[in-house]
Design a protein around this ligand. Structure first.
Ligand SMILES: Cc1ncc(COP(=O)(O)O)c(C=O)c1O
Length: 422
């Protein structure tokens, strides 16, 4: 498609967009009396309008039924989480029994490492990407120390090549092969939070498994953003948050995936609690743990229903639209944004360098050479919500659910004014 940097062309794209009607289904913050141009769905997704009713339903049931709500609520609380499994399984390419919702992301990665990082004297190393999200670095370091290893010895970071902004799959696979039979675990971010790169999760999982290691994924920036096939790829485990592309609200519950080959195993090491016990025997209050034969066995506590309600609302939206349609729009809107950036670049004397490689989802990370924090402040004042990473990178993620082509055009005009007005 040949793009044009005009309002009319952007509006034509919106008119042809099958998903454009979903924009009205989200609440937009207002700046200067109009909807913001929202580029931070990779950080916190907008609130779907339908969410309120899901939360209100729980509040009403709690008000009117109190403890009886566990069994007699409109959607009874004792198995509320099960309603999320089918939709979530579709989003991550899993079987419903392989997914569950509980806790928050870092907590879940720790819990999954309790099962899948079991270092021995020979096999104790962990491979991750350099400069992984800080919480993942702290998690890996503390896990290594917890098992008596010096993190510097146990954690192997795959580096980018000098002068390059993205990892090469061949370098990751080569590192996995090099570490070989010392490798206990590969744990990486499926989509990198900084440069927006989508790693070749299939190839990396295959390499890790061939080396005899467990392979897990932090999917914070991948879920609801890119096509995932966790079951078919054969990943051992994964976890993600729900507040970014999944639009489920700040700090909301995390999802987990555990491959079916690990389910219903008596001897799997796992931290356990009563909500991982089979429903049928849970309330018999027996001293022996009788695990559910699904990823729900990793649940410890009874789930936070007020947290699950927005997640359920969001999953129903994903189910209605489907990942394929979202990815199709994403491909075009991100390409249009890239085009706009190139067009504006020609009209100003700054240079934009897109550091996101071709393997990308929603996010473009852009070096604004010649520009500083003042430009970011200007964008925010004009209602362009983006984020700034030192030294001068902005991350732009036009989420296909609610961003329009007109937004991309208007962003270009605001960006140009911000630079020319300096
Ligand atoms: C890649 C990645 N991993 C981990 C986290 C930590 O998430 P949480 O605070 O929900 O544990 C984040 C949060 O943004 C993230 O982006």
């Amino acid at each position: 498609m040949t793009f044009q940097n005009t309002l009319e062309f952007a509006q034509q794209l919106d008119a042809a967009d099958q998903l454009s009607k979903y924009r009205q289904g989200f609440h937009f913050p207002q700046v200067n009396g109009r909807d913001v141009i929202y580029f931070t769905g990779n950080s916190l997704g907008l609130q779907p309008k339908r969410t309120q009713a899901y939360v209100d339903e729980v509040m009403k049931d709690w008000r009117e039924l109190a403890v009886e709500g566990h069994f007699y609520a409109e959607k009874p609380w004792w198995d509320y989480h099960e309603r999320l499994a089918k939709g979530l399984a579709k989003v991550v390419g899993a079987r419903p029994k392989e997914v569950s919702v509980m806790n928050t992301l870092t907590v879940n990665l720790h819990l999954l490492m309790a099962s899948f990082y079991r270092p021995t004297a020979k096999r104790f190393k962990i491979i991750c990407e350099e400069k992984a999200f800080p919480s993942d670095q702290y998690m890996l370091q503390s896990q290594a120390r917890f098992h008596g290893w010096d993190p510097k010895e146990a954690i192997i970071e795959v580096k980018k090549r000098d002068g390059e902004h993205a990892w090469r799959t061949e370098d990751i696979v080569a590192k996995i092969n090099e570490v070989g039979d010392e490798l206990a675990l590969v744990l990486m971010g499926g989509v990198n939070y900084y440069n927006g790169q989508v790693l070749d999760m299939q190839a990396i999982t295959a390499a890790g498994k061939a080396a005899g290691a467990f392979v897990g994924w932090d999917l914070a920036h991948a879920v609801g953003n890119v096509k995932l096939q966790l079951h078919d790829w054969g990943a051992d485990f994964a976890a993600w948050c729900s507040y970014k592309y999944m639009n489920s609200g700040p700090g909301n519950a995390s999802g987990i995936f555990v491959h079916e080959r690990h389910l219903d195993k008596e001897d799997i090491p796992r931290f356990e609690g009563w909500w991982g016990n089979k429903k049928e025997t849970r309330f018999l209050m027996k001293p022996e743990f009788d695990p559910i034969a699904s990823a729900d066995a990793w649940q410890l506590s009874n789930p936070p229903i007020l947290s699950l309600a927005p997640y359920l609302a969001s999953l129903e939206l994903f189910d209605e639209v489907g990942m394929d349609a979202l990815i199709e729009k994403q491909r075009i809107i991100v390409a249009y944004l890239e085009f706009i950036l190139h067009e504006i670049d020609k009209q100003v004397d700054s240079t934009f360098e897109i550091i996101t490689p071709a393997e990308r989802g929603c996010q473009l990370s852009v070096f604004l050479h010649g520009e500083g924090r003042a430009l970011f402040d200007y964008l925010m004042k004009q209602g362009v919500i983006t984020d700034w990473r030192e030294p001068n990178v902005i991350r732009l993620a036009p989420a296909p659910f609610y961003c329009s082509y007109e937004d991309m055009y208007r962003f270009g005009q605001i960006l140009k004014q911000g630079i020319l007005n300096k």
